[in-house]
Write a protein that binds this ligand. Structure first.
Ligand code: PNS
Length: 162
């Protein structure tokens, strides 16, 4: 069975993430979307909330499963016998750091990284920008799934008390 992992923070999942996950699902038998548990980084949604959203918006692909991990990605891969990581590349600016991580992950555990060019429609898209736009009342409905639009609305209106 050809297995691959799509790791990330997914705070929250965007249409750009779904583009990469869906394309990975077409190429591999099993795609594990792995949400990083990062205790040092403030997030808008909890890991459980991010995983819930991912479960719902990836339901169309039966070979996609959602999981979380803490610590090194290569340890997660080793424990589950996953030989490769799929990453979306939006622009040249992503490349330097992604290349460093790919080389380190290969050095640490022989885990390969496959880069998929993000569709041009989503090349500017990031979870951080989505949160910033949504925080200030901008329309993100074409950038994230409907479910995420609703969760963003709920979270941001409860955060600012309005
Ligand atoms: O969505 P993000 O925040 O850009 O995802 C980054 C992520 C989770 C893929 C990356 O930070 C990661 O793999 N972290 C796990 C810790 C780890 O393995 N570090 C060594 C990388 S060489």
């Amino acid at each position: 069975m050809r297995k691959v992992v799509c790791p990330g923070s997914f705070d929250p999942v965007t249409n750009g993430h779904l583009d990469i996950i869906g394309r990975a699902a077409a190429l591999f038998d099993e795609v594990t979307v792995a949400v990083l548990i990062n205790k040092n980084k403030a997030s808008l949604f909890t890991v459980a909330e991010r995983m819930d959203m991912l479960v719902e918006v990836t339901a169309q692909w039966p070979n996609v499963r959602i999981d979380s991990f803490y610590g090194l990605l290569v340890d997660f891969c080793r424990e589950r016998d996953i030989p490769a990581i799929v990453k979306g590349l939006r622009a040249v600016s992503d490349f330097d750091y992604e290349l460093q991580m790919a080389q380190m992950n290969h050095r640490l555990a022989g885990v390969e990284t496959l880069f998929v060019p993000t569709s041009a429609t989503y090349s500017y898209l990031s979870s951080s920008l989505v949160k910033e736009v949504a925080t200030h009342g901008g329309d993100v409905s074409s950038l994230v799934p409907d479910l995420v639009v609703a969760r963003l609305h709920d979270r941001l209106t409860s955060v600012d008390g309005s």
